[in-house]
Ligand binder design. Structure first.
Ligand SMILES: Cc1ncc(COP(=O)(O)O)c(C=O)c1O
Length: 473
């Protein structure tokens, strides 16, 4: 395995506010362990020296030394004279063998298999391909036919849109990265939701941005006043929100909050990026909503991001951006050094599937409803101390635990064969130890098994050797 150095700056960013009111070697070790499990520190990464860790983290070398010893004992670090401490994925943790990767029940990602009909749509798309082969295939803004269909879709939902307002991307992840790269310079501020979607936060960080949190409460959602005062104080270049359905809490923004959020952004010249990757995954939301772009009457504030991934299939890698033509033109110009467009055949398949969008959404709704209801029943039966808020749609439930043991619980669950996202993964600085994200994209059977494992792992997560962790986070 080749090793590479992880810089102190990078590690400090990943650790965030790991220590809480106290610092302790086991807290540091556990935090690093979780970053490894989440894939945020890769096997082979060489940690900074003990002295650098102690100096930058403001703790004693003894504490660092003990944390490294703890990581070595649990198989997460290999230390060699002269070559420092290198991260490893352990073969065993504690007394339980770690299941092989293929045997793990993976609920760390809120994803699912393709909707029926993708293969048939691909066959139809293939028949349309020859007409495209006489072109050079570089569609920097996206295939005209797909842009037209998407524009019509936005217009039918109350947001008048022309094809020139649409830019097709390789999934919404690529859309967010392109937006970050186009509009941000090092040191710029970006408001992000907390808890929030970690990969988008990473895209903003990669562009050099400073992230400023705005809270999304698992029960009550957004606080429009707090958002507006953050925007007024920080004057961020971008604010990034997920109005439908927020990942991980699944909250949906009320109409009045939508209006207030757009208003605050517009008044302060902030571009409001609305990630609507999961917007169509409605199960039984009470209030019918219109997209947040409808509140942007001048049309220059909201940049909407959409995707085929959650309704149709993630393997299509098709997403899109809807914005003013001025913004779209800037994004297209920036794209020359980015990816030069999305794949033509996948865009043709997506445009075929969009013909059946209503049926596709209905199919997902039935699956997600069954999974959500199974989650509620399983928690009541096996883990009654956990609290499940209402989940009206989206991809995940933000389950609340009665003690702050989320990191320890995911570690204990991993050795029993379950991969699942600990609460702190969705925060900016180690918070959310009382939450765990359970994807409702998983099948009811997988959810039932996952809850059984969580219930079995809970006594270990709550055991005394994790007490220091509980006390400080
Ligand atoms: C909020 C949010 N944004 C972006 C993405 C990435 O989606 P895509 O597959 O379209 O890149 C996801 C996927 O889970 C998501 O939940």
């Amino acid at each position: 395995m080749t090793s590479h150095q992880i810089t102190m700056h990078h590690l400090a960013g990943l650790l965030g506010e790991w220590r809480g009111p106290a610092s302790d070697y086991s807290t540091l070790a556990e935090r690093i362990r979780l970053l490894v499990i989440d894939g945020r520190i890769k096997a082979g990464a060489r940690l900074p020296s003990e002295r650098a860790l102690a100096e930058h983290l403001g703790i004693s070398r003894t504490t660092v030394n003990s944390a490294l010893a703890d990581l070595r004992a649990s198989g997460y670090v290999r230390s060699r004279q002269g070559s420092g401490s290198v991260i490893e994925i352990p073969g065993r943790t504690g007394d339980l063998p770690i299941p092989r990767a293929g045997d793990m029940l993976d609920l760390s990602r809120a994803t699912s298999s393709a909707v029926p009909g993708v293969h048939a749509a691909a066959e139809r798309a293939l028949r349309r391909l020859p007409a495209r082969l006489t072109t050079d295939g570089y569609e920097l803004s996206g295939l005209p036919t797909l842009r037209e269909t998407l524009a019509a879709l936005y217009s039918s939902r109350g947001v008048p849109t022309a094809p020139e307002n649409i830019l097709v991307t390789s999934g919404s992840a690529s859309a967010v990265s392109l937006i970050a790269r186009t509009f941000l310079a090092p040191g710029d501020r970006v408001i992000v939701e907390t808890p929030g979607y970690p990969h988008s936060n990473d895209a903003f960080r990669a562009a050099g941005a400073r992230l400023i949190p705005t809270i999304v409460d698992g029960e009550d959602g957004w606080d429009a006043e707090e958002f507006a005062s953050s925007v007024t104080r920080a004057l961020p270049v971008l604010a990034y929100v997920m109005p439908d359905f927020h990942n991980p809490t699944s909250r949906s923004m009320s109409a009045s909050v939508r209006g207030a959020v757009v208003d605050a952004a517009a008044r302060n010249g902030t571009i409001l990026v609305s990630d609507e990757t999961t917007a169509e995954l409605d199960i039984d939301r009470l209030e019918s909503t219109i997209p947040i772009a409808a509140y942007d009457t001048a049309g220059s504030t909201v940049v909407s991001v959409g995707s085929a991934s959650k309704t149709m299939w993630g393997g299509l890698r098709v997403g899109w951006i809807r914005a003013s033509t001025t913004i779209i033109d800037r994004l297209v110009a920036a794209r020359f050094s980015f990816d030069l467009g999305a794949a033509v055949l996948e865009q043709l398949i997506t445009s075929e599937l969009l013909e059946d969008l209503d049926a596709i959404i209905a199919y997902r709704r039935d699956l997600h409803r069954a999974s959500r209801d199974t989650l509620a029943a399983s928690l009541t039966r096996d883990l009654p101390s956990a609290h499940l808020h209402s989940v009206d749609g989206g991809v995940a439930a933000w389950v609340r635990l009665d003690t702050p043991v989320s990191s320890a619980l995911t570690i204990a669950a991993r050795s029993r064969g379950l991969l699942i996202g600990a609460g702190p993964w969705f925060g900016l600085s180690g918070e959310f130890e009382r939450n765990i994200r359970v994807p409702i994209t998983a099948t009811p059977d997988a959810i039932e098994r996952a809850v059984t494992i969580l219930a079995e792992a809970m006594p270990e997560a709550s055991a005394p050797h994790h007490a220091a962790h509980r006390a400080v986070l």
